[in-house]
Each structure stands twice: as C-alpha cells, then as structure tokens.
Design a protein around this ligand. Structure first.
Ligand SMILES: Cc1ncc(COP(=O)(O)O)c(C=O)c1O
Length: 405
C-alpha cells in the first residue's frame, strides 16, 4: 500500500514513534513482527544476487529481518547516527564492535569504571587473542593520554555515566584525544539512552546500547545495538553479525521497537523521581555518600548537565557506613532485605525500581583489587528508579535505613 515519506526535521519524540520500514501490503498500523528464520526468493538468480549483496533483500534471519531493520532505523534516528545494527545483548554488541575493529597486536584504552562484564571481556577474553587493554580513570584525561600507544591504540571505550558509581567523562575531550591518536571513541550510552544524551553530538564515533535497559524499559527482553556511520555499521559490523551470529531476534527487536515509543516520557518521569530520591538519601543520617550526577555535590555535575540534557539519569547509587567491609556489607544487605516494593535484581532501566548490591552481583566476578580500584565498596547499593510513586520508594528505603544500628 502506498505510504507517505516522513518529512525531514522531525523532533526526536516523533522519530521515536514513527521511524520504521513502511507497512506491508496489509497496511498494519503497529509495526509487524516478522517471526521467520528465512525468506523465500522469487527465483535462483534473485537469491544469488541477494547472497552476493549486489541486490537488497532479506535472505536468512541471522543476517537480518524487517522487524530488526525497523528497530535499527528507529534507534539510529533517535541517536542521530547514519545507521545502527542490532545485537542479541549489550555484551553481544560490544563483542561485535571489537571483532569488527580489532586484530591481534591492537591496543584499547578503556575506563576502569565500566560495567563488570565489559572489564572481563577486555581484560580476560580479548587478552587471549592478543588485544591488550589499558584501564584508566574514567575522569582523569591525563591517564587516557598517557595510555596511548602511538600507531597501536585503535579504540577508546567509555561508559557515561558509569555503572554503578555514575562517574561522568567528558565525551568531547576523549573524542579529540582519540582522534588525534588515530583511534575511534565508542561510548556505552545505556545509562542515559538517546532520550538524554547523544554521544556522537560530542564527537564519539560509535554508540553502544544494551536494549535490555531503558530502550525496552519494561524488563522483558535482552537486546543490544551499535549506532554509528554507515561505512562501519554496514561494511564492518554487518559481516561480523552475519558470520558470528550475535543476531537480535525479531521478537526482541519488536518489543524494543515498541519500547522506544515511550522512552522519552519514561526517562523524564524516572529522572524526576531519581533526583527526588537522591536528595532525600543525601539528607539521611545513615547514608555516607550519594552518587548521582543530578546532585550539585556530584564531582562532574556541571559536565553531566551539559552532556545529558540537564538530567541526572534514573540510577542513584549510595553508600552506607561500616567500620569494616563486613559491617558495611551487613548494613547494605539489611537495607536491601527490608525492601517490600523495590525488587532485588541485577537489571536496570525497568519501570519497576530495582536495588542491587554491585560488589556481590554485577561486579562480583572482579577481584577485590579491581573493585577497590573502581571504588565499589561493600556498603554500596545501586537503585535504578522506576515509575512507582516516589513516596513508596522512599518508604521502602526508609524502613531499612532507619533500623540500621
Ligand atoms: C552499562 C552497561 N553496558 C552493557 C551492559 C550489558 O548489557 P546486556 O546485559 O544486555 O548484555 C550492561 C548490563 O547491565 C550495562 O549496565
């Protein structure tokens, strides 16, 4: 059925709802879910041309699928990049990026405050294949500069804000440094999502997403993506996903595609509640420290406000006191176990508020030394604020905090 082409210059909220492949001949209003592993070809010649990539057209589900394409087009439109490519998970997206960009002998500079699995992927798995990674301070640009190995450093990789301490790095400064060294800058944008922050506007080359987080936003599916220029997405990462198979399933793509439609309003509401909770925690006598970029006390508050559209995000981390690591852990466990509404889980970005003890869960597989270097103590908790009433979230926290020794 004939469809109108969207005009240029539409706002991001509109792109989040409207960008997709045109509807099928049936004219479905909500984007269709193409739950199929393969695609029928009209004749052998057509099949040959499509497999040789000289003609566009779907062939086999590992390579692509129309529902996945709609998700990729919508996410790219929201990030303001030329293209995007889906992956089975956020970690799958990072793996795809590295398989595409790196070879034995290459060097990566990575923030040491990244998500625990990212640190393990670079520090342990890629090291087996001769790719070395230097882990540096998220916020000290001098350390990034000092780590560069001329002619060998290919990639800078940062996450901002970081999981779980919400440290914010200066994307523009890192991009300049990376480009001067002949390297690319990739930014993991999970914590902000394109609703708040678009790293390529500050010079980043690639954006990594775990669609499992805010993009789905309702804790339903695993998904991932890389956003960036077509020459990398189509020519470099496309062949990797086709041969290595970290493909995004059409069902998951469809769920996240629909999740993107409400991303903007969810983020607004969750950020507002997170700021209120952060202020409330900061005033509580049993809380030693609150890590939240929206607070004036955050060391990179001004930078975060510039990069994140004036929002702090929806993740608040906080420390409770303890004379020893064991005492701090007991206090954190007491607060977590006092929750009656908030879920004890390891995900974030859900409409349901989640509390996590990073030292024994998301960052539990790091060594004590790595955790110490990353600033993750036993008294630290991460609260991913959802859409429940703010009074109920605070009451849950208060129950545990008020009864600490
Ligand atoms: C910042 C960040 N990046 C990447 C990932 C990995 O995403 P996934 O769980 O979809 O593989 C996570 C997961 O928690 C994360 O928090």
């Amino acid at each position: 059925m004939p469809t109108k082409k969207l005009p240029s210059g539409l706002h991001r909220d509109t792109l989040a709802v409207r960008t997709a492949l045109p509807p099928s001949q049936h004219g479905e209003h909500s984007e269709a879910l193409f739950l199929t592993s393969g695609f029928v070809q009209s004749d052998a010649e057509t099949a040959a041309r499509r497999f040789a990539s000289v003609e566009e057209g779907y062939t086999y589900g590992r390579t692509s699928n129309p529902t996945v394409t709609s998700f990729e087009q919508r996410l790219a439109a929201m990030e303001g990049t030329e293209a995007a490519i889906g992956a089975s998970t956020g970690m799958g997206a990072i793996l795809m990026m590295c398989l595409g960009l790196l070879k034995a002998g290459d060097h990566v500079v990575c923030s040491r405050s990244m998500f625990g699995s990212t640190i393990n992927l670079f520090g342990r798995e890629f090291a087996k294949f001769g790719v070395e990674t230097s882990f540096v301070s998220q916020t000290d640009i001098a350390q990034w500069r000092a780590a560069i190995r001329p002619g060998v450093t290919r990639l800078f990789f940062a996450e901002t804000p970081t999981n779980p301490l919400t440290e914010v790095c200066d994307i523009r400064a890192l991009a300049e440094l990376a480009h001067n060294a002949g390297a690319l800058l990739a930014v993991d944008n999970c914590f902000c999502s394109p609703a708040l922050q678009r790293p390529t506007e500050f010079g980043a080359d690639l954006v990594i997403h775990s669609g499992t987080k805010y993009l789905d936003g309702q804790g339903r599916v695993m998904a991932g993506a890389i956003c960036g220029p077509s020459k990398l997405i189509v020519d470099v990462f496309g062949p990797v996903v086709r041969t290595a198979g970290m493909t995004l399933s059409p069902f998951n793509a469809w769920v996240v595609l629909k999740g993107l439609e409400t991303l903007g309003i969810r983020m607004q509401a969750q950020c507002a509640s997170a700021l209120a909770v952060a202020r409330w925690l900061e005033a509580h006598p049993k809380v030693a420290r609150v890590h939240y970029p929206g607070l004036e006390s955050h060391p990179q508050h001004a930078l975060a406000m510039r990069q994140q559209g004036g929002q702090g995000g929806a993740v608040v981390s906080f420390d409770v006191r303890g004379d020893t690591p064991e005492a701090a852990r007991a206090s954190a466990f007491h607060v977590i176990d006092s929750m009656l509404v908030v879920s004890i889980a390891t995900n974030l970005g859900d409409t349901k508020t989640i509390i996590t003890h990073p030292a024994t869960t998301s960052h539990g597989r790091l060594s004590e030394a790595q955790r110490k270097e990353a600033g993750i103590g036993q008294g630290l908790m991460r609260l991913a604020v959802g859409l429940e009433h703010i009074g109920d979230i605070q009451a849950d926290l208060q129950r545990g905090l008020d009864t600490l020794p």
